[in-house]
Design a protein around this ligand. Structure first.
Ligand SMILES: [Zn+2]
Length: 347
């Protein structure tokens, strides 16, 4: 799996490219349209029981959640993930009319929320009014005004709800699939919605949720092991994508503040902010550098170079599920294993 990530680094050359585009090309034609690379699948494994009901139609915005929803739904869900093995950046995606049509057929919608996939929140409101929406950021938001439970279960997904205060950038890191507690919360919420939509399959969905918990055993162990030995260790990151996981692991973020702000706003850092980052690395001021391979450019490359020169281990992470990963949790465990190695932790 590490090999796959390394290949992704070598072939990416522009800012925010998704590794899947080129990796997928030997095996499949890349769609020319702008409708994304959607994938519809029901993840029945051979030993899984058959679904006792008509499968629930689910639309998921991005594959970070699509993987999990597919595992939870099994044969009782037809999951369409709009940006799966995607060649486009979820932050900036422009949906097509075909995407809107897919929302029209949905019985359940799962989005990341928090402006990350705002296009999906809008399509849910316009093309699928009344359809339940699981919004990962909303579900896991810190107590913010206007985010009460009641609002979520009713018409809380209209435009007004999303433009309220509390959703401003920087209020919460939107990459919540990197937060183990959020993954649990969202998984539970999806299972609850499945049971509401297909009560006759409630036992089936309960079993799938249990199975997912078991599939996450090595993920949980990796998190616990790193947390147990590496609390207080430090890191800096070229992008905030991994920060929720780093916080859960007890790692201390020493990325220079000015750089972080610029990166979160998707602007280039000032020369002074970049220099602060480079000298932090030259001075070996952190234990590891977290490097998002899906965001390339001269700035992250310079930072990586400085880390390598100083002998600061570089840990590669990706925004979306690595092409070829067997599952969400396999993808995460690979990255956690690399991190543990870099921190000198046995897992
Ligand atoms: Zn991102």
């Amino acid at each position: 799996m590490e090999t796959v990530i390394v290949i992704a680094v070598l072939i990416t050359s522009r800012r925010r490219v998704a590794a899947a585009l080129l990796l997928a090309s030997p095996f499949a034609l890349i769609a020319c349209g702008s409708s994304g690379d959607d994938a519809t699948r029901a993840t029945a494994t051979s030993d899984a029981p058959p679904c006792p009901v008509t499968p629930v139609e689910v639309v998921v915005s991005v594959d970070q959640w699509g993987e999990i929803v597919s595992e939870l739904g099994g044969a009782c869900a037809n999951v369409t993930t709009l940006l799966a093995s995607s060649s486009v950046d979820p932050h900036d995606y422009e949906p097509s009319p075909a995407d809107a049509a897919k929302f029209g057929d949905a019985q359940l919608i799962v989005i990341n929320g928090g402006h990350y996939d705002e296009w999906a929140a809008k399509l849910a409101a316009s093309s699928a009014p009344g359809v339940p929406v699981v919004d990962a950021v909303e579900l896991t938001a810190h107590d913010e005004a206007g985010h009460d439970e009641a609002g979520h279960d009713e018409a809380g997904h209209d435009e007004a709800g999303h433009d309220e205060a509390g959703h401003d950038h920087g209020a919460q890191n939107p990459h919540v699939w990197y937060d183990p507690a959020a993954v649990t919360t969202v998984s539970d919420a999806v299972t609850t919605e499945f049971k509401k939509l297909a009560p006759q399959a409630a036992d089936y969905f309960t079993q799938r949720r249990t199975d997912l918990g078991q599939a996450f055993a090595s993920y949980d162990e990796a998190v616990a092991a790193i947390k147990g030995s590496a609390t207080g260790k430090t890191y800096a990151a070229t992008e905030a994508v991994f920060d929720p996981m780093a916080a859960a692991l007890g790692l201390q973020n020493k990325t220079p503040q000015g750089y972080q702000t610029a990166s979160n706003n998707e602007t280039d850092p000032s020369p002074a902010d970049l220099n602060a980052f480079l000298s932090l690395l030259r001075d070996k001021g952190v234990d590891v550098l977290i490097y998002n391979t899906q965001t390339q450019g001269s700035v992250p490359e310079q930072i990586r170079g400085a880390a390598e020169q100083a002998g600061v281990p570089v840990v590669e992470v990706t925004e979306t599920v690595t092409p070829g990963a067997d599952s969400f949790e396999a993808w995460q465990v690979d990255q956690l294993t690399s991190l543990a190695k870099a921190l000198g932790v046995d897992i």
